[in-house]
Write a protein that binds this ligand. Structure first.
Ligand code: ZN
Length: 260
């Protein structure tokens, strides 16, 4: 079986601060990446125990969220930028997993919640519904017929995922208290649960249905900075809606991901 893990950094146990931990100039950035890598490795261990023959890991955190030197020897990594969906994902994969994710922007108590960019984007909508990376990427996998079988992150990221995949296997690394505070598991406990969760998720392949959203697609982005919309609106595929929002349309989510 082939497994594709899409990773982020905001859902890792112990990680709660943009400026101190997740931005590339943060004082504890290297430590945060190390914590994430050790969690990913535990997840990969579980996934292999559960029967995977091949594991791909995509580092989805903007400036990088993994210490590649410590990466699990049995996982292959998709690294570098620019990178956009479907990242090499195709119908030959059996399962899609979301590691270390965060809830969409403006989620109450959502630890490090944001939609794609904490610095530039306020909200996003897909076909009229608010959406973040979790829903969008699960739907990208679903468009290839691949089920999203695992999520780890804070309680709000898990609740968001369950809207799309009610029976998903989840590991809650922390309980959100605000966007920048949480009741967190210790890293060692999170790793233990990730290994068990990875194994359990492999057993759910076949039972969990792929999540998909029917085309055509209309994707609206609300930017924080009005001037940034001016720049976007110069592109032919972009339609400006008002001072802060623009829209793109497409027949596939891959197209949307390219242009949004
Ligand atoms: Zn991130």
């Amino acid at each position: 079986m082939r497994v594709f893990i899409l990773g982020d950094l905001e859902g890792t146990a112990g990680v709660v601060d943009f400026h101190q931990q997740t931005y590339s100039d943060a004082k504890y950035y290297e430590q945060a990446k190390r914590l994430a890598t050790l969690e990913v490795n535990a997840l990969v261990d579980g996934v292999l125990e559960g029967g995977a023959q091949e594991v791909w890991f995509l580092d989805g955190h903007g400036p990088g969220g993994i210490d590649y030197e410590l990466m699990h020897p049995e996982a292959q990594m998709i690294i570098g930028r620019p990178i956009s969906a479907p990242w090499g994902l195709d119908a030959s994969f059996d399962a899609f997993m979301l590691y270390g994710h965060h809830s969409m922007g403006n989620t109450e108590r959502g630890v490090l919640c944001h939609s794609w960019s904490s610095r530039t984007i306020a909200n996003c909508w897909l076909n009229g519904e608010l959406i973040g990376e979790i829903g969008f990427n699960a739907a990208v996998a679903g468009s290839f017929g691949i089920p999203t079988v695992f999520i780890s992150g804070d309680d709000t990221a898990i609740a968001e995922t369950q809207r799309y995949v009610p029976n998903i296997v989840s590991v809650m690394t922390k309980r959100g208290l605000s966007q920048t505070s949480a009741l967190s598991l210790a890293p060692a406990k999170a790793r233990e649960l990730l290994q068990t969760g990875g194994r359990e998720a492999m057993g759910k392949i076949g039972e969990i249905k792929p999540f998909s959203i029917d085309p055509p697609y209309e994707f609206i982005t609300e930017l924080l900075d009005e001037k940034a919309v001016d720049a976007k609106a110069k592109r032919s595929e972009v339609e400006r809606l008002d001072s802060h929002r623009y829209k793109i349309v497409g027949d596939t989510l891959v197209e949307i991901a390219h242009h949004r």
